[in-house]
Design a protein around this ligand. Structure first.
Ligand code: ADE
Length: 418
């Protein structure tokens, strides 16, 4: 047997991309149809996404659909270099990404991807959109519309629109039900625990896992941690979400109290400095701190460095900080997305849903040319449901349909208690 360890990065990338594709039946169906129909002929696309095997399948579908596409990374630590090699060198798809790139290189890559002079942008976190608006306004005249993949990016774009700064319409793929109910919850849930386990090889069962934030991602992380036997404490600022967490069976506490009790901390709030100076000061010896929110701002690492000096890498992706008290705090993957930096991101089966939405929204924007204002728009319900139907079909599952009598019943107000 030829072992993968012996293959070149390009070959490894090709095999892993194919493996992901086999687990993305909805996107693969779109890709086959696009290869025949070429609906994106003449269309230029700049994509800023995590450069993974799943993303490779999306961008290859766009290329095979006739689009001219360039790709850059949406995070400095999420890039899979074998995927870059395969896309760039075997498929001739311009890919600007390098795992572990510094800030300057990261933005240089975004600018390089913008070199395609896009008609459409696909973004994950809105860094490409921000660079386009701030530094390449000359390109805006050609841009027709875009899509945004993640919660944080959608919030950022809504803020841009509210400030009157958004120059073109963007569809919030994140907000499709077939995206956030699956990718954010089951994808982040599984891949975050995967990242923590790969980085630390520690037993989850019996440990106290503090999950900061109980949005769809936090719900997933809490559920998977509990499923592995952790005792989960949820911290929240939203009283309704806190109540949801309680009734889902989790303990809820302020971070100030949870800090002294956690063995593992995971931030998934989308906000900054959720773990801050007083929390570090209260933590147990050897506490593990990880982030699964989009940006590396949730853990106040500058303060930790002030308190503890520079860290020391004790395992790949595990940095040890020693506080004055002698206690150690272990920070995973520099506070960047632990699920993509220490593991491979969400599994292909779930990215199938997210990227089928991306593909079908792009096709809708190109084919139908809907008249849209420079605002953030939801994914059309028909696309959201089409993705669900196709995913169910790929799983060999059927569901019931309303009978005509039931359709009529739903629309009538006259009948009540019988
Ligand atoms: N975001 C989370 N997981 C991902 C993956 N596997 N590919 C692309 N983007 C992701």
């Amino acid at each position: 047997m030829e072992r993968q360890g012996q293959s070149s990065p390009i070959d490894l990338g090709l095999r892993r991309i194919a493996w992901a594709g086999e687990n993305m039946p909805v996107l693969s169906g779109i890709r086959r149809r696009w290869t025949a129909e070429r609906p994106l002929a003449g269309v230029r696309v700049a994509a800023c996404l995590h450069v993974t095997t799943e993303t490779a399948n999306l961008v290859l579908a766009i290329k095979e659909g006739g689009g001219e596409i360039s790709l850059c990374a949406s995070n400095p630590l999420s890039t899979q270099d074998d995927v870059v090699a395969a896309l760039d060198q075997r498929y001739g798809l311009p890919t600007f990404a390098l795992r572990g790139v510094d800030r300057e290189g990261y933005y240089r890559h975004i600018h390089a991807a913008l070199g395609v002079h896009p008609h459409y942008t696909l973004d994950d976190g809105a860094d490409l959109v921000a660079a386009l608006h701030d530094e390449r306004r000359d390109l805006l005249a050609d841009v027709r519309a875009g899509t945004e993949e993640t919660t944080t990016g959608v919030i950022r774009l809504r803020a841009m629109a509210a400030a009157g700064r958004l120059a073109y319409p963007i569809v919030a793929v994140n907000d499709a039900r077939t995206k956030h109910l699956f990718d954010n919850r089951h994808g982040t849930g599984q891949s975050t625990l995967d990242g923590i386990m790969r980085a630390t090889n520690r037993l989850v069962a019996g440990s106290v896992v503090v999950v900061a934030g109980y949005g769809w991602c936090g719900k997933g992380v809490a559920a998977r941690a509990a499923g592995l036997g952790a005792r989960v404490i949820v911290t929240e600022v939203d009283p309704v979400r806190a109540l949801e967490a309680v009734m889902d069976g989790f303990e809820v506490a302020p971070m100030a109290d949870a800090a002294a009790r956690g063995d593992v901390f995971v931030t998934v709030t989308g906000n900054r400095h959720v773990i801050d100076r007083p929390h570090f000061a209260a933590m147990k010896e050897g506490a593990i701190v990880a982030n699964a929110g989009h940006f590396n701002v949730e853990i106040n690492l500058p303060i930790l460095r002030e308190l503890a000096g520079e860290g020391r890498e004790v395992r790949p992706g595990v940095e040890e900080f020693r506080l004055g008290s002698g206690r150690r705090i272990l920070v995973l993957t520099e506070g960047r997305l632990v699920n993509l930096a220490a593991a491979e991101g969400h599994p292909a089966q779930v990215m199938d849903l997210s990227f089928a939405n991306q593909a079908l929204v792009l096709e809708w924007l190109v084919r139908d040319r809907p008249v849209l204002e420079p605002r953030v728009y939801p994914v059309p319900q028909a696309i959201d449901e089409q993705v669900a139907w196709q995913k169910l079909a790929s799983m060999g599952l059927g569901i019931d349909r309303l009978t005509p009598e039931q359709e009529a019943y739903r629309k009538a107000w006259e009948h009540g208690t019988q």
